[in-house]
Design a protein around this ligand. Structure first.
Ligand code: FRU
Length: 485
Protein backbone atom coordinates (compact mmCIF):
# COMPACT_ATOMS: atom_id res chain seq x y z
CA UNK A 1 0.00 0.00 0.00
CA UNK A 2 1.19 3.45 -0.77
CA UNK A 3 1.20 5.32 2.52
CA UNK A 4 0.79 8.52 0.49
CA UNK A 5 -2.56 7.35 -0.81
CA UNK A 6 -4.07 6.75 2.56
CA UNK A 7 -2.59 9.95 3.88
CA UNK A 8 -4.21 11.83 1.04
CA UNK A 9 -7.48 10.03 1.42
CA UNK A 10 -7.85 10.31 5.13
CA UNK A 11 -6.30 13.65 5.89
CA UNK A 12 -2.60 13.21 6.48
CA UNK A 13 -1.57 14.46 3.03
CA UNK A 14 0.35 17.53 3.98
CA UNK A 15 2.13 16.01 6.92
CA UNK A 16 5.53 14.32 6.58
CA UNK A 17 5.49 10.81 7.98
CA UNK A 18 8.10 11.61 10.62
CA UNK A 19 6.09 14.36 12.26
CA UNK A 20 2.76 12.58 11.93
CA UNK A 21 2.83 11.05 15.36
CA UNK A 22 3.64 14.19 17.29
CA UNK A 23 1.06 16.20 15.39
CA UNK A 24 -1.59 13.56 15.75
CA UNK A 25 -1.33 13.67 19.54
CA UNK A 26 -3.13 17.00 19.54
CA UNK A 27 -5.94 15.58 17.45
CA UNK A 28 -6.56 12.78 19.91
CA UNK A 29 -7.44 15.14 22.72
CA UNK A 30 -11.19 15.48 22.35
CA UNK A 31 -12.61 15.09 25.88
CA UNK A 32 -14.26 11.77 26.72
CA UNK A 33 -17.36 13.66 27.87
CA UNK A 34 -17.63 15.32 24.45
CA UNK A 35 -17.31 11.95 22.72
CA UNK A 36 -19.79 10.34 25.12
CA UNK A 37 -22.39 12.99 24.29
CA UNK A 38 -21.76 13.37 20.57
CA UNK A 39 -25.20 12.68 19.04
CA UNK A 40 -23.58 11.46 15.82
CA UNK A 41 -21.81 8.60 17.58
CA UNK A 42 -23.77 5.35 17.46
CA UNK A 43 -25.43 3.78 20.49
CA UNK A 44 -25.51 0.15 19.41
CA UNK A 45 -22.78 -0.22 16.78
CA UNK A 46 -19.31 -0.99 18.11
CA UNK A 47 -16.63 1.67 17.87
CA UNK A 48 -13.59 2.58 19.97
CA UNK A 49 -13.94 5.23 22.66
CA UNK A 50 -12.02 7.67 20.48
CA UNK A 51 -9.87 8.07 17.36
CA UNK A 52 -9.79 6.40 13.97
CA UNK A 53 -10.84 2.83 13.16
CA UNK A 54 -11.18 0.89 9.91
CA UNK A 55 -11.28 -2.77 8.82
CA UNK A 56 -12.43 -5.60 11.11
CA UNK A 57 -9.48 -7.96 11.70
CA UNK A 58 -9.23 -11.58 12.84
CA UNK A 59 -12.77 -12.14 14.16
CA UNK A 60 -12.88 -15.38 16.14
CA UNK A 61 -14.98 -17.21 18.73
CA UNK A 62 -12.48 -18.43 21.31
CA UNK A 63 -13.00 -20.00 24.74
CA UNK A 64 -16.63 -18.96 24.88
CA UNK A 65 -16.16 -15.37 23.74
CA UNK A 66 -16.43 -13.41 20.53
CA UNK A 67 -13.24 -11.47 19.80
CA UNK A 68 -13.14 -8.70 17.31
CA UNK A 69 -10.00 -6.79 16.37
CA UNK A 70 -9.92 -3.80 14.09
CA UNK A 71 -7.54 -1.37 12.42
CA UNK A 72 -6.94 1.52 14.81
CA UNK A 73 -4.89 4.69 15.09
CA UNK A 74 -4.28 5.23 18.83
CA UNK A 75 -3.17 8.82 18.34
CA UNK A 76 -5.63 10.52 16.04
CA UNK A 77 -9.01 10.45 14.37
CA UNK A 78 -7.38 10.07 10.94
CA UNK A 79 -5.92 7.00 9.26
CA UNK A 80 -2.30 6.21 10.15
CA UNK A 81 0.01 4.33 12.52
CA UNK A 82 -2.08 1.17 12.26
CA UNK A 83 -2.53 -1.03 15.34
CA UNK A 84 -5.01 -3.83 16.08
CA UNK A 85 -7.50 -2.69 18.67
CA UNK A 86 -9.49 -5.38 20.46
CA UNK A 87 -13.01 -5.85 21.84
CA UNK A 88 -14.64 -8.90 23.37
CA UNK A 89 -18.27 -9.92 23.70
CA UNK A 90 -20.46 -12.72 25.02
CA UNK A 91 -23.11 -12.20 22.35
CA UNK A 92 -21.81 -9.95 19.51
CA UNK A 93 -24.03 -7.18 20.89
CA UNK A 94 -22.55 -5.89 24.18
CA UNK A 95 -18.77 -5.27 24.08
CA UNK A 96 -15.90 -4.71 26.42
CA UNK A 97 -12.92 -2.84 25.02
CA UNK A 98 -9.59 -4.49 25.77
CA UNK A 99 -6.08 -3.00 25.42
CA UNK A 100 -4.53 -2.79 21.96
CA UNK A 101 -3.54 -6.34 20.92
CA UNK A 102 -0.99 -5.64 18.21
CA UNK A 103 1.37 -2.68 17.75
CA UNK A 104 4.21 -2.08 15.27
CA UNK A 105 7.59 -3.33 16.49
CA UNK A 106 10.42 -0.83 15.92
CA UNK A 107 12.85 -2.34 13.41
CA UNK A 108 10.46 -5.26 12.74
CA UNK A 109 8.65 -6.17 9.51
CA UNK A 110 5.56 -4.34 10.81
CA UNK A 111 7.49 -1.23 11.92
CA UNK A 112 5.29 1.08 9.80
CA UNK A 113 1.97 -0.56 10.63
CA UNK A 114 0.09 -3.73 11.47
CA UNK A 115 -2.35 -3.96 8.60
CA UNK A 116 -5.35 -6.22 8.11
CA UNK A 117 -5.23 -9.98 8.71
CA UNK A 118 -6.92 -13.08 10.07
CA UNK A 119 -6.78 -15.46 13.03
CA UNK A 120 -7.10 -19.22 12.60
CA UNK A 121 -6.43 -22.09 15.01
CA UNK A 122 -3.62 -24.54 14.21
CA UNK A 123 -3.04 -27.47 16.60
CA UNK A 124 -5.07 -25.68 19.25
CA UNK A 125 -3.08 -22.44 19.00
CA UNK A 126 -4.68 -19.20 17.77
CA UNK A 127 -2.42 -18.03 14.96
CA UNK A 128 -2.50 -14.64 13.34
CA UNK A 129 -1.47 -13.82 9.78
CA UNK A 130 -1.41 -10.13 8.98
CA UNK A 131 0.33 -7.63 6.74
CA UNK A 132 3.32 -5.69 8.01
CA UNK A 133 4.48 -2.52 6.23
CA UNK A 134 6.68 -1.04 4.68
CA UNK A 135 7.07 -2.91 2.23
CA UNK A 136 3.96 -5.08 2.44
CA UNK A 137 4.93 -8.51 3.82
CA UNK A 138 2.94 -11.23 5.58
CA UNK A 139 3.64 -11.66 9.29
CA UNK A 140 2.90 -14.45 11.76
CA UNK A 141 2.09 -14.39 15.47
CA UNK A 142 0.60 -16.84 17.97
CA UNK A 143 -1.14 -16.48 21.30
CA UNK A 144 -1.40 -18.67 24.38
CA UNK A 145 -3.34 -15.98 26.25
CA UNK A 146 -6.93 -17.20 26.71
CA UNK A 147 -8.13 -13.62 26.22
CA UNK A 148 -6.04 -13.18 23.04
CA UNK A 149 -4.51 -9.99 24.37
CA UNK A 150 -0.84 -11.04 24.08
CA UNK A 151 0.73 -12.19 20.83
CA UNK A 152 4.20 -13.59 20.13
CA UNK A 153 5.37 -12.32 16.79
CA UNK A 154 7.80 -14.11 14.55
CA UNK A 155 10.65 -11.64 14.00
CA UNK A 156 10.74 -12.40 10.28
CA UNK A 157 7.86 -12.24 7.81
CA UNK A 158 6.55 -15.63 6.64
CA UNK A 159 6.11 -14.23 3.13
CA UNK A 160 8.72 -11.56 2.52
CA UNK A 161 7.82 -10.46 -1.02
CA UNK A 162 5.19 -10.95 -3.72
CA UNK A 163 5.89 -13.75 -6.22
CA UNK A 164 8.84 -12.79 -8.46
CA UNK A 165 8.04 -11.40 -11.88
CA UNK A 166 4.59 -10.04 -11.00
CA UNK A 167 4.12 -6.29 -11.31
CA UNK A 168 1.72 -6.13 -8.37
CA UNK A 169 -0.32 -3.14 -7.28
CA UNK A 170 -0.22 -4.26 -3.64
CA UNK A 171 0.22 -7.38 -1.53
CA UNK A 172 -1.81 -7.51 1.65
CA UNK A 173 -4.68 -8.76 3.84
CA UNK A 174 -4.08 -12.54 4.10
CA UNK A 175 -7.09 -14.86 4.47
CA UNK A 176 -6.11 -18.45 5.35
CA UNK A 177 -8.47 -21.43 5.30
CA UNK A 178 -8.03 -25.17 5.60
CA UNK A 179 -8.85 -28.00 3.16
CA UNK A 180 -8.20 -31.31 4.95
CA UNK A 181 -4.65 -31.17 6.29
CA UNK A 182 -3.54 -28.36 4.03
CA UNK A 183 -3.69 -24.65 4.70
CA UNK A 184 -4.38 -22.30 1.82
CA UNK A 185 -4.18 -18.54 1.95
CA UNK A 186 -5.39 -15.81 -0.36
CA UNK A 187 -3.61 -12.45 -0.44
CA UNK A 188 -5.22 -9.31 -1.86
CA UNK A 189 -3.19 -8.17 -4.83
CA UNK A 190 -3.43 -7.27 -8.51
CA UNK A 191 -1.40 -6.82 -11.64
CA UNK A 192 -0.92 -3.31 -12.92
CA UNK A 193 -2.95 -2.57 -16.06
CA UNK A 194 -4.58 -6.01 -15.82
CA UNK A 195 -6.68 -6.07 -12.68
CA UNK A 196 -7.06 -7.02 -9.04
CA UNK A 197 -6.66 -10.59 -7.90
CA UNK A 198 -6.25 -12.96 -4.98
CA UNK A 199 -2.87 -14.71 -4.95
CA UNK A 200 -3.09 -18.24 -3.61
CA UNK A 201 -0.51 -19.84 -1.32
CA UNK A 202 -0.28 -23.28 0.29
CA UNK A 203 1.26 -24.48 3.56
CA UNK A 204 1.30 -27.43 5.94
CA UNK A 205 2.03 -25.37 9.07
CA UNK A 206 0.97 -21.71 8.41
CA UNK A 207 4.67 -20.74 8.42
CA UNK A 208 6.22 -22.11 5.25
CA UNK A 209 4.24 -20.90 2.27
CA UNK A 210 4.46 -21.90 -1.37
CA UNK A 211 2.95 -19.67 -4.05
CA UNK A 212 0.56 -21.45 -6.41
CA UNK A 213 -1.29 -19.04 -8.75
CA UNK A 214 -4.16 -16.51 -8.66
CA UNK A 215 -7.26 -17.99 -7.03
CA UNK A 216 -9.47 -15.42 -8.79
CA UNK A 217 -8.83 -12.32 -10.91
CA UNK A 218 -10.68 -9.19 -12.04
CA UNK A 219 -10.20 -6.48 -14.61
CA UNK A 220 -8.60 -3.06 -14.55
CA UNK A 221 -11.15 -0.26 -15.07
CA UNK A 222 -8.79 1.40 -17.57
CA UNK A 223 -8.18 4.51 -15.46
CA UNK A 224 -4.74 5.68 -14.41
CA UNK A 225 -5.03 6.51 -10.73
CA UNK A 226 -2.47 7.29 -8.08
CA UNK A 227 -3.85 4.46 -6.01
CA UNK A 228 -4.24 1.03 -7.62
CA UNK A 229 -7.35 0.35 -5.51
CA UNK A 230 -9.25 3.13 -7.31
CA UNK A 231 -8.52 1.61 -10.72
CA UNK A 232 -9.48 -1.96 -9.79
CA UNK A 233 -5.79 -2.97 -10.15
CA UNK A 234 -5.75 -4.00 -6.49
CA UNK A 235 -8.23 -6.07 -4.52
CA UNK A 236 -8.22 -5.51 -0.76
CA UNK A 237 -9.37 -7.72 2.10
CA UNK A 238 -10.28 -10.95 0.31
CA UNK A 239 -12.39 -13.40 2.30
CA UNK A 240 -12.92 -16.94 0.99
CA UNK A 241 -14.97 -19.69 2.59
CA UNK A 242 -17.17 -22.71 1.86
CA UNK A 243 -20.93 -22.37 2.03
CA UNK A 244 -22.76 -25.67 1.58
CA UNK A 245 -21.35 -27.22 -1.57
CA UNK A 246 -20.28 -23.85 -2.97
CA UNK A 247 -17.59 -21.32 -2.10
CA UNK A 248 -17.94 -17.59 -1.58
CA UNK A 249 -15.34 -14.94 -2.34
CA UNK A 250 -15.60 -11.37 -1.02
CA UNK A 251 -13.23 -8.57 -1.92
CA UNK A 252 -13.10 -4.79 -1.74
CA UNK A 253 -11.94 -2.50 -4.53
CA UNK A 254 -12.88 0.88 -6.05
CA UNK A 255 -14.45 1.62 -2.65
CA UNK A 256 -17.05 -1.11 -3.06
CA UNK A 257 -17.45 -4.65 -1.76
CA UNK A 258 -18.16 -7.45 -4.21
CA UNK A 259 -19.27 -11.04 -3.66
CA UNK A 260 -18.97 -14.05 -5.92
CA UNK A 261 -20.32 -17.56 -5.38
CA UNK A 262 -19.27 -20.62 -7.32
CA UNK A 263 -17.22 -23.79 -7.43
CA UNK A 264 -13.75 -24.40 -6.10
CA UNK A 265 -11.90 -26.81 -8.36
CA UNK A 266 -10.01 -28.64 -5.63
CA UNK A 267 -7.66 -30.36 -8.04
CA UNK A 268 -6.45 -27.21 -9.75
CA UNK A 269 -7.31 -25.01 -6.74
CA UNK A 270 -8.99 -22.40 -8.91
CA UNK A 271 -12.28 -20.71 -8.05
CA UNK A 272 -14.92 -20.55 -10.79
CA UNK A 273 -17.41 -17.80 -10.11
CA UNK A 274 -21.02 -18.55 -11.08
CA UNK A 275 -22.86 -15.58 -9.56
CA UNK A 276 -21.71 -12.18 -8.44
CA UNK A 277 -22.95 -8.88 -7.15
CA UNK A 278 -22.38 -5.93 -4.84
CA UNK A 279 -22.54 -6.82 -1.17
CA UNK A 280 -23.45 -3.30 -0.08
CA UNK A 281 -23.33 -0.27 -2.35
CA UNK A 282 -22.98 2.32 0.40
CA UNK A 283 -20.66 3.29 3.25
CA UNK A 284 -19.43 -0.25 3.88
CA UNK A 285 -15.95 -1.65 3.21
CA UNK A 286 -13.34 -4.33 3.93
CA UNK A 287 -15.66 -6.91 5.56
CA UNK A 288 -14.36 -10.07 7.16
CA UNK A 289 -16.19 -13.21 8.29
CA UNK A 290 -15.85 -16.04 10.80
CA UNK A 291 -17.93 -19.01 11.91
CA UNK A 292 -19.86 -18.74 15.17
CA UNK A 293 -20.41 -21.72 17.49
CA UNK A 294 -23.81 -22.37 15.84
CA UNK A 295 -22.01 -22.80 12.52
CA UNK A 296 -23.27 -19.50 11.11
CA UNK A 297 -21.04 -17.48 8.81
CA UNK A 298 -20.97 -14.02 10.41
CA UNK A 299 -19.71 -10.96 8.56
CA UNK A 300 -18.35 -7.77 10.13
CA UNK A 301 -17.71 -4.68 8.01
CA UNK A 302 -16.33 -1.16 8.44
CA UNK A 303 -18.74 1.78 8.08
CA UNK A 304 -16.39 4.59 7.04
CA UNK A 305 -17.04 8.31 7.42
CA UNK A 306 -18.49 10.12 4.42
CA UNK A 307 -18.11 13.61 5.91
CA UNK A 308 -15.09 15.88 5.36
CA UNK A 309 -11.84 14.93 7.10
CA UNK A 310 -11.83 18.22 9.01
CA UNK A 311 -15.19 17.32 10.53
CA UNK A 312 -14.18 13.97 11.91
CA UNK A 313 -10.78 15.22 13.04
CA UNK A 314 -12.62 17.82 15.06
CA UNK A 315 -15.11 15.23 16.36
CA UNK A 316 -12.21 13.07 17.60
CA UNK A 317 -13.50 9.79 16.15
CA UNK A 318 -13.98 8.16 12.75
CA UNK A 319 -15.55 4.91 11.61
CA UNK A 320 -17.68 2.24 13.26
CA UNK A 321 -18.34 -1.47 12.89
CA UNK A 322 -21.42 -2.74 11.06
CA UNK A 323 -23.97 -4.90 12.80
CA UNK A 324 -23.15 -8.63 12.50
CA UNK A 325 -24.64 -10.08 9.31
CA UNK A 326 -25.38 -13.80 8.91
CA UNK A 327 -24.51 -14.90 5.37
CA UNK A 328 -26.27 -17.65 3.42
CA UNK A 329 -26.65 -18.54 -0.26
CA UNK A 330 -30.07 -18.61 -1.88
CA UNK A 331 -30.99 -21.67 -3.97
CA UNK A 332 -30.24 -19.48 -7.02
CA UNK A 333 -26.67 -18.86 -5.81
CA UNK A 334 -27.31 -15.27 -4.71
CA UNK A 335 -25.72 -14.06 -1.48
CA UNK A 336 -28.21 -13.41 1.30
CA UNK A 337 -27.62 -11.62 4.58
CA UNK A 338 -29.62 -11.06 7.72
CA UNK A 339 -28.67 -9.08 10.78
CA UNK A 340 -27.82 -11.66 13.47
CA UNK A 341 -30.88 -12.42 15.61
CA UNK A 342 -28.82 -11.62 18.74
CA UNK A 343 -29.29 -7.93 17.90
CA UNK A 344 -33.05 -8.32 18.50
CA UNK A 345 -32.42 -8.42 22.23
CA UNK A 346 -31.89 -4.66 21.98
CA UNK A 347 -35.46 -4.08 20.86
CA UNK A 348 -37.27 -1.80 23.30
CA UNK A 349 -40.56 0.06 23.05
CA UNK A 350 -42.48 -0.93 19.96
CA UNK A 351 -45.10 0.78 17.81
CA UNK A 352 -47.01 -0.49 14.80
CA UNK A 353 -48.99 0.86 11.90
CA UNK A 354 -50.73 -0.72 8.94
CA UNK A 355 -52.36 2.40 7.53
CA UNK A 356 -49.24 4.33 6.47
CA UNK A 357 -49.30 6.43 9.66
CA UNK A 358 -45.86 7.82 10.62
CA UNK A 359 -44.10 6.16 13.57
CA UNK A 360 -41.45 7.77 15.71
CA UNK A 361 -37.97 6.72 16.81
CA UNK A 362 -36.38 8.71 19.59
CA UNK A 363 -32.81 10.01 19.37
CA UNK A 364 -32.01 8.52 15.93
CA UNK A 365 -31.71 5.11 17.61
CA UNK A 366 -34.15 2.51 16.34
CA UNK A 367 -35.09 -0.33 14.07
CA UNK A 368 -37.83 -0.40 11.43
CA UNK A 369 -39.47 -3.40 9.79
CA UNK A 370 -41.73 -2.78 6.83
CA UNK A 371 -43.34 -5.73 5.11
CA UNK A 372 -45.85 -5.92 2.31
CA UNK A 373 -48.29 -8.55 1.17
CA UNK A 374 -48.08 -9.87 -2.42
CA UNK A 375 -47.77 -6.73 -4.53
CA UNK A 376 -49.76 -5.98 -7.62
CA UNK A 377 -47.80 -4.58 -10.53
CA UNK A 378 -48.84 -1.02 -9.86
CA UNK A 379 -47.04 -0.87 -6.49
CA UNK A 380 -44.79 2.07 -5.80
CA UNK A 381 -43.42 2.66 -2.38
CA UNK A 382 -41.41 5.30 -0.65
CA UNK A 383 -40.26 5.15 2.91
CA UNK A 384 -39.01 8.39 4.36
CA UNK A 385 -37.38 9.37 7.61
CA UNK A 386 -37.72 12.92 8.81
CA UNK A 387 -35.94 14.74 11.61
CA UNK A 388 -36.35 18.23 13.09
CA UNK A 389 -34.87 19.85 10.01
CA UNK A 390 -36.89 17.83 7.50
CA UNK A 391 -36.56 14.57 5.55
CA UNK A 392 -33.06 13.10 5.51
CA UNK A 393 -33.56 9.56 4.24
CA UNK A 394 -35.73 8.01 1.57
CA UNK A 395 -36.00 4.53 0.15
CA UNK A 396 -37.87 4.25 -3.13
CA UNK A 397 -39.31 1.23 -4.92
CA UNK A 398 -40.64 1.38 -8.46
CA UNK A 399 -41.13 -1.97 -10.21
CA UNK A 400 -41.63 -0.14 -13.53
CA UNK A 401 -37.90 0.60 -13.42
CA UNK A 402 -36.82 -2.95 -14.17
CA UNK A 403 -33.06 -2.23 -14.12
CA UNK A 404 -32.96 -0.47 -10.77
CA UNK A 405 -36.24 -0.77 -8.89
CA UNK A 406 -34.75 0.57 -5.62
CA UNK A 407 -33.27 3.95 -4.81
CA UNK A 408 -31.73 5.29 -1.62
CA UNK A 409 -31.90 9.07 -1.31
CA UNK A 410 -32.66 9.18 -5.03
CA UNK A 411 -29.63 7.12 -6.07
CA UNK A 412 -30.26 3.76 -7.74
CA UNK A 413 -29.20 0.83 -5.58
CA UNK A 414 -27.93 -2.23 -7.39
CA UNK A 415 -29.89 -5.44 -7.02
CA UNK A 416 -33.27 -6.96 -7.52
CA UNK A 417 -35.43 -9.11 -5.32
CA UNK A 418 -37.11 -12.36 -6.13
CA UNK A 419 -40.91 -12.57 -5.78
CA UNK A 420 -43.35 -9.72 -5.29
CA UNK A 421 -43.34 -9.22 -1.54
CA UNK A 422 -41.04 -6.76 0.16
CA UNK A 423 -39.43 -7.09 3.54
CA UNK A 424 -37.43 -4.01 4.46
CA UNK A 425 -35.36 -3.72 7.62
CA UNK A 426 -33.73 -0.47 8.61
CA UNK A 427 -31.38 0.36 11.45
CA UNK A 428 -30.90 4.00 12.49
CA UNK A 429 -28.03 4.76 14.84
CA UNK A 430 -26.52 8.19 15.45
CA UNK A 431 -25.21 8.77 11.93
CA UNK A 432 -25.59 5.31 10.37
CA UNK A 433 -28.55 3.97 8.43
CA UNK A 434 -28.29 0.33 7.36
CA UNK A 435 -31.04 -1.06 5.13
CA UNK A 436 -31.70 -4.68 4.09
CA UNK A 437 -34.26 -5.49 1.43
CA UNK A 438 -35.53 -9.10 1.30
CA UNK A 439 -32.18 -10.14 2.84
CA UNK A 440 -30.51 -9.56 -0.54
CA UNK A 441 -29.88 -5.89 -1.06
CA UNK A 442 -27.90 -3.93 1.52
CA UNK A 443 -27.13 -0.25 1.31
CA UNK A 444 -25.51 1.60 4.19
CA UNK A 445 -25.49 5.36 4.56
CA UNK A 446 -23.85 7.78 6.95
CA UNK A 447 -26.14 10.76 7.53
CA UNK A 448 -25.01 13.42 9.97
CA UNK A 449 -27.70 15.43 11.71
CA UNK A 450 -27.08 17.90 14.51
CA UNK A 451 -28.87 15.88 17.22
CA UNK A 452 -32.29 14.46 16.52
CA UNK A 453 -34.73 14.18 19.39
CA UNK A 454 -37.15 12.26 17.21
CA UNK A 455 -37.15 10.69 13.77
CA UNK A 456 -40.52 10.11 12.13
CA UNK A 457 -40.65 7.18 9.73
CA UNK A 458 -43.41 7.09 7.17
CA UNK A 459 -44.30 4.83 4.25
CA UNK A 460 -46.15 6.17 1.26
CA UNK A 461 -47.69 3.57 -0.94
CA UNK A 462 -49.01 4.16 -4.41
CA UNK A 463 -50.95 1.85 -6.64
CA UNK A 464 -53.82 -0.43 -5.98
CA UNK A 465 -52.22 -2.15 -2.97
CA UNK A 466 -52.85 -2.23 0.75
CA UNK A 467 -50.46 -0.24 2.93
CA UNK A 468 -47.58 -2.33 4.28
CA UNK A 469 -47.25 -3.36 7.90
CA UNK A 470 -44.73 -1.30 9.75
CA UNK A 471 -43.15 -1.91 13.13
CA UNK A 472 -40.73 0.43 14.81
CA UNK A 473 -38.64 -0.45 17.83
CA UNK A 474 -36.69 1.90 19.97
CA UNK A 475 -33.23 0.25 20.24
CA UNK A 476 -31.62 0.04 23.67
CA UNK A 477 -28.10 1.52 23.77
CA UNK A 478 -25.32 -0.99 24.48
CA UNK A 479 -23.61 1.30 27.00
CA UNK A 480 -24.61 4.10 29.32
CA UNK A 481 -22.83 6.59 27.08
CA UNK A 482 -21.70 6.55 23.45
CA UNK A 483 -18.32 5.02 24.28
CA UNK A 484 -19.85 1.53 23.72
CA UNK A 485 -17.94 -0.24 26.51
C1 FRU B 1 -8.64 -1.63 3.55
C2 FRU B 1 -7.16 -1.45 3.84
C3 FRU B 1 -6.42 -2.77 3.78
C4 FRU B 1 -5.24 -2.51 4.65
C5 FRU B 1 -5.81 -1.64 5.73
C6 FRU B 1 -4.87 -0.60 6.28
O1 FRU B 1 -9.40 -0.58 4.09
O2 FRU B 1 -6.60 -0.52 2.94
O3 FRU B 1 -6.09 -3.18 2.47
O4 FRU B 1 -4.66 -3.68 5.17
O5 FRU B 1 -6.93 -0.98 5.16
O6 FRU B 1 -5.42 0.10 7.34
Amino acid sequence: MKISRRRALYGLAAIPLASRLSLSVGWGQVAASTLANDPQRPQYHLLPAKNWMNDPNGPIYWKGKYHLFFQYNPNAAVWGDMHWNHAVSEDMVYWKHLPIALAPTPGGPDKDGCFTGSIVVEKGVPTMLYTGVNPEVQCYATSTDPMLGKWDKDPKPVIAAPPPGLNVGGFRDPCPWREGDTWYMGIGSGIKKKGGNVLLYKSADLKNWEYLHPLASGTWNGKITEDTVDSGEQWECPDFFPMGKKYVLLYSTERKVYWQSGELDKKEMVFHSEHQGLLDDGAYYAPKSFTDPRGNRILWGWLPETRPVEDYKRAGWAGMMSLPRVLTLGSDGQLEMKVASDVEKLRGAQSKSSDAKALTIENYCGEVLCSTKELKESARLSLTAEGQSGPFYSLGYDPANADAPFTVNGKPTEGKVAGNKLNIRLFFDGSAVEVFINDRIASTRRIYLPGEKAVAVKVNFEGDNPAPDMTVWQVKPISKDRLTT
